[in-house]
Design a binder for this molecule. Structure first.
Ligand SMILES: [Cu+2]
Length: 120
């Protein structure tokens, strides 16, 4: 094996590993209940703390979370459970009442919309 062949083999191997790692990264968009910017911080932080999460955004207008994560490290269900643990309902279940009740008034998304009370 010449040095040149060796280099090509190495490059191919790195490319293959890179392509495989890339295929494990998935972007998923799903709904999380919430109201305001405080909810946004809380939700994004809860999601970002999950293993394998590359980025997490939540939009207070659409209530949609967009998460980039590694499919070998976490699942959408785990991400939803993280949001629920932080006090926010998802289609996978509701947050525990005790956690929900502890949210600031403005964030009580089950009973009121923050926009109406806090818009200046
Ligand atoms: Cu809030």
């Amino acid at each position: 094996m010449t040095f040149k062949t060796l280099v090509i083999v190495f490059l191919l191997a790195f490319w293959a590993i890179g392509a495989q790692a890339q295929s494990l990264v998935k972007t998923e968009t799903f709904r999380i209940e919430g109201n305001c910017e405080m909810c946004q911080d809380r939700i994004e932080e809860a999601l970002a703390f999950q293993k394998g999460v590359k980025s997490a955004r939540w939009n207070p207008e659409s209530k949609l979370a967009t998460v980039v994560y590694r499919t070998d490290k976490t699942t959408v269900l785990q991400l939803k459970q993280a949001a629920m643990a932080a006090g926010h309902d998802t289609d996978a279940g509701k947050a525990a009442d005790a956690v929900y009740q502890a949210l600031p008034d403005c964030c009580q998304f089950r009973t009121k919309a923050c926009k109406e009370s806090s818009s200046k």
